[in-house]
Design a protein around this ligand. Structure first.
Ligand code: PEP
Ligand code: MG
Length: 570
C-alpha cells in the first residue's frame, strides 16, 4: 500500500497504463550510405502519413470534422514534395541522419512561418513542428500513448499530467489516476474532480513500483494506492466503491432545495467549469449558476487559438444553458502551470510569479484579449454573463481592463451589435497585493471571487504543485484565514458580492468559517455541490460566529485544523 495526496474522491479499480511525455533527443549522427538513409526516411514518412490519416478518422468521429481539419493540414505538409525533397537533399549533402535533417528543415520552415505574424501562418508553424515530431518519433521508435483512446478500466499512471493531457481523457474508460507529482489544487487534480475520476497524486517514486498492465486499486478520498492487490483487498475496495456510490446517491435528496442556513441566510451555490459541455453536470447537480468558467481550457488541447467566433459560441452556449442564472466567465488565465505551446510563451524562471493571466492578456490586447472580451460581450446578450479578471495585483490593471471593455462596447454600439450594457466586471482576489488592497478594489469592482488556490500559494510563498512544501499549503493557515476574512469584510462593506471559487469553498472545514465571515457565493466542482448544500443547510450563521472567533484566535494551522475537525465531527 502506498500513500499520496487525495485529489479526487471515489474508488478506482483497474489496469495501469503508464503515460509519459516523451523527451526526444535529436543528435547529429553521420551516415555512410545516404541512399539507404533516404529509404529509411521514406519509410518513416509513409508511416507518419498512415498514422495521421488514422488519427484524423478517429478525431472526425469522436470530436468533430472541424478538429480533424488540422490533421488534414498535416497530411498536406507530409505530402509536399518540396519539403520532403529538401529533407532528402540535406541527408545527401551533409551525410546526416534523417532525424537531424528533419529537425533542421522543419525548424527552418516553422521559424519562417512564425515570423510572418498572422494567425494562419502561426498555425502553419505549429503544424510544421507537429509533423516534425511525429516523423522523429517514428524514426526513434518512441511510442506515445493516445490518452483519448485508452481501453475501458484504465488507471492512468504518470509522473505528472499536464492540464491538456487531462482534458483529453475520456472518463468512460478511465477509472482512476495516479501521479508521482502534483498537489490537490494542481490543475490536473481539479480536472480529475470535474470528470469525477478518482485520483491520488504525489505518490513518491510510484513509477518505479508499477508496470503497464498491473492491477491497481486506489482510494481517491484517502489518497491510497495498492499495486497488484490480493483477492481480499480487491473485494474490500469493491465494497468501498459501492458504499461511496450509495452515499453519493443519497445526496440527491438535496436537488431542488434552496441553499439557506437554519437562520435564514441564503447563499449562492454555483459551479466551476472548464468547457461548455460541463454545464450538463452543473444542471445534473443543481448548481445555481456558474461561479467560474476557466476559459483557458478552450485554448488547450489544440494547435491554434480559438477564434472570436468559436469563443462566442462557447460562452453563448453556457449562458443559454444556464437560463438567466449567473455565469461568471474568467478571462484567459494561462502561464503558471497552464502552458499553451502555440501562444509563443517562453519558459519563465518562476512561472507562478511571471508573465501570466491578466499580465499576459494586457500585453497581447490585439490578438488575444480584445477578441475574447468582444466574444464575452456579444454572448452577454444571451444570458447573465459576468466578466472576471484573474490574477489582478493592482488597481491599474483592473482599470485598464475596464477601459478596454468600454472601448469594445463603443465599437459594438457603432456596429449595432447587441450586448448587456450593464454587464458586471469583477476580479479574482488571489494575490497578496489584491487582498491587502481589497478595500480600494471594493470601491471600483462589481464583485470579488476569492481564489484560494492561488491566494494560499501567494500568501504562504509555496508553490501549489510542489509536494515537498505542501505541508505549508493550507487555507486553514491563520495568515490565509485573516486574508480571506479581510477580503470578505471589505467587499461586504461596499455591498458587492463576495464569492469564492478556489477549492477551499467546498472544504467541510472551511464552509462554517466562510459562512460566519459572510461569504455570499460558494463555487466548486459540480460534483461537490450537493454535499455543500447538505452542510450549509445544517448550520446557523449566528451560532457559527463563536466558532469563527475561536478558530481565528489560534496561531498555527494545526490548532485551527484540530479545532475545526472536532467541530465538524460533532
Ligand atoms: C484559484 O486560484 O483559487 C482559482 C480558482 O483559480 P485557478 O485554480 O484556476 O488558478
Ligand atoms: Mg488562480
Amino acid at each position: 500500500m502506498m500513500k499520496g495526496t487525495s485529489a479526487s474522491a471515489g474508488i478506482g479499480i483497474g489496469k495501469a497504463v503508464i503515460v509519459e511525455e516523451a523527451q526526444l533527443v535529436i543528435e547529429h549522427r553521420a551516415v555512410a550510405d545516404a541512399s539507404a538513409e533516404k529509404d529509411r526516411f521514406q519509410k518513416a514518412l509513409e508511416k507518419a502519413k498512415e498514422e495521421t490519416e488514422a488519427l484524423a478518422r478517429d478525431l472526425a468521429t469522436r470530436v468533430g470534422e472541424k478538429e480533424a481539419e488540422i490533421l488534414n493540414g498535416h497530411l498536406m505538409l507530409l505530402g509536399d514534395p518540396m519539403l520532403t525533397g529538401e529533407i532528402e537533399n540535406v541527408i545527401a549533402a551533409e551525410s546526416v541522419c534523417s532525424e537531424m535533417a528533419i529537425e533542421n528543415v522543419c525548424n527552418m520552415y516553422a521559424d519562417m512561418f512564425a515570423s510572418m505574424g498572422d494567425e494562419l501562418m502561426q498555425q502553419r508553424a505549429t503544424d510544421m513542428r507537429d509533423i516534425k515530431t511525429r516523423m522523429q518519433k517514428i524514426l526513434l521508435g518512441v511510442k506515445s500513448v493516445d490518452i483519448a483512446a485508452l481501453p475501458a478500466g484504465t488507471v492512468i499512471v504518470a509522473k505528472d499530467l499536464t492540464p491538456s493531457m487531462t482534458a483529453g481523457i475520456n472518463p468512460k474508460n478511465v477509472t482512476g489516476i495516479v501521479t508521482e507529482l502534483g498537489g490537490k489544487t494542481s490543475h490536473s487534480a481539479i480536472l480529475a474532480r470535474a470528470l469525477e475520476i478518482p485520483a491520488v497524486v504525489a505518490v513518491e517514486n510510484f513509477l518505479s513500483k508499477v508496470q503497464d498492465g498491473d492491477d491497481i486499486v486506489l482510494d481517491g478520498s484517502e489518497g491510497i494506492v495498492i499495486v497488484n492487490p490480493s483477492q481480499e483487498e480487491k473485494e474490500e475496495y469493491q465494497a468501498k466503491r459501492e458504499a461511496y456510490l450509495k452515499e453519493k446517491k443519497e445526496l440527491e435528496q438535496y436537488i431542488g432545495k434552496p441553499t439557506i442556513t437554519k437562520d435564514g441566510v441564503q447563499v449562492e451555490l454555483v459551479a466551476n467549469i472548464g468547457k461548455p459541455e460541463d454545464v450538463d453536470k452543473v444542471l445534473q447537480y443543481d448548481g445555481e449558476g456558474v461561479g467560474l468558467f476557466r476559459t483557458e481550457f478552450l485554448f488547450m488541447d489544440r494547435t491554434a487559438m480559438p477564434t472570436e467566433e468559436e469563443q462566442f459560441e462557447a460562452y453563448q452556449k453556457v449562458a443559454i444553458a444556464m437560463n438567466g442564472k449567473p455565469v461568471i466567465i474568467r478571462t484567459l488565465d494561462i502561464g503558471g502551470d497552464k502552458e499553451i505551446p502555440y501562444m509563443g510563451l517562453e519558459k519563465d524562471e518562476n512561472p507562478f510569479l511571471g508573465y501570466r493571466a491578466v499580465r499576459f492578456c494586457l500585453d497581447r490586447k490585439d490578438d488575444v484579449y480584445k477578441p475574447q472580451l468582444r466574444a464575452l460581450l456579444r454572448a452577454s446578450a444571451f444570458g447573465n454573463i459576468k466578466i472576471m479578471v484573474p490574477l489582478v495585483t493592482c488597481v491599474e490593471e483592473y482599470r485598464q481592463v475596464k477601459a478596454l471593455i468600454e472601448e469594445i462596447k463603443e465599437e459594438l454600439d457603432s456596429k449595432k451589435i447587441a450586448y448587456n450594457k450593464d454587464i458586471q466586471v469583477g476580479i479574482m482576489v488571489e494575490t497578496a497585493a489584491a487582498s491587502l488592497m481589497a478595500d480600494a478594489f471594493a470601491k471600483e469592482v462589481d464583485f470579488f471571487s476569492i481564489g484560494t488556490n492561488d491566494l494560499t500559494q501567494y500568501t504562504m510563498s509555496v508553490d501549489r504543485g510542489n509536494d515537498k512544501v505542501s505541508y505549508l499549503y493550507s487555507p486553514l493557515n491563520p495568515a490565509v484565514l485573516r486574508s480571506i476574512r479581510n477580503i470578505i469584510q471589505c467587499g461586504r462593506k461596499e455591498n458587492i458580492m463576495v464569492g469564492m471559487c478556489g477549492e477551499a469553498a467546498s472544504d467541510p472545514m472551511m464552509i462554517p468559517l466562510l459562512l460566519a465571515f459572510g461569504l455570499n457565493e460558494f463555487s466548486m466542482s459540480a460534483s461537490a455541490i450537493l454535499n455543500a448544500r447538505k452542510l450549509i443547510t445544517g448550520y446557523s450563521v449566528a451560532e457559527l460566529q463563536e466558532v469563527a472567533d475561536k478558530a481565528m484566535s489560534f496561531v498555527t494551522t494545526e490548532e485551527v485544523e484540530n479545532y475545526m475537525k472536532e467541530f465538524i465531527s460533532k
